[in-house]
Design a protein around this ligand. Structure first.
Ligand code: HEM
Length: 179
């Protein structure tokens, strides 16, 4: 997983709970890296261990923590790391979410071993957007937080629902209702 995810976990814990808490999380996860390069690849299991360790340190479920992380990442780490991409990625939440294949290819094109997520979309007659997610199952809660984070970024209320079995090969489908 790219370092920009691990960097986000560090930034969120430090900003919300202080540097000492981050040190506790880092050590309990067996993580020897003191900082993370945003262009470097790190083992997937390190990211998962960081999420688990943070959940334990903050007495939160890993799912809740990943959701919080997704919201934080969009509005803090992602926004600061990729300002140009945020400028061109879309004029509202639906547009932005619909651009995610292009954005992920652009953000990872010069990085060997990148494994960006892929999405297929359906615009439903009732206005909802179905996002069929092709990526790691372990990060579905993070995916939901990232989607909600886009709503916060555009100041747009939205509701999401996780569904399964809607598209062959997809890890899940997130139904997004814009309000
Ligand atoms: C401009 C905004 C964004 C940028 C620059 C960006 C960039 C990235 C990068 C660099 C990775 C790591 C890829 C890898 O490890 O090879 C990643 C992972 C991921 N991103 Fe984004 N991202 C953005 C917004 C979003 C949004 C809005 C969503 C949700 C719809 C999303 C969903 C994900 C997921 C689920 C993963 C993990 C994939 C997996 O575990 O298989 N990203 N993103």
């Amino acid at each position: 997983m790219k370092g920009v995810i691990n960097k986000g976990i560090k930034e969120m814990i430090e900003a919300q709970h202080g540097i000492d808490k981050w040190e506790e999380v880092r050590k309990n996860a067996g993580c020897e890296d003191i900082f993370f390069s945003v262009t470097e690849d790190y083992p997937d299991d390190l990211t998962i261990r960081l999420f688990q360790s943070a959940g334990e340190a903050l007495s939160m479920s890993v799912e809740d923590l990943m959701m919080e992380f997704g919201k934080f990442w969009i509005n803090e780490t992602g926004r600061k790391t990729y300002p140009q991409i945020f400028q061109i990625a879309g004029k509202d939440a639906r547009n932005f979410l619909r651009n995610m294949n292009r954005i992920h290819l652009q953000a990872t094109q010069s990085i060997p071993d990148a494994a960006p997520p892929r999405f297929e979309y359906d615009d439903l007659p009732d206005g909802r957007l179905a996002m069929h997610y092709f990526g790691r199952k372990e990060t579905i809660s993070m995916l939901k937080g990232l989607i909600l984070g886009v709503g916060i970024y555009f100041n747009q209320d939205m509701e999401i629902e996780e569904k399964h079995g809607m598209r062959d090969g997809a890890s899940c489908t997130i139904m997004v209702r814009f309000k």
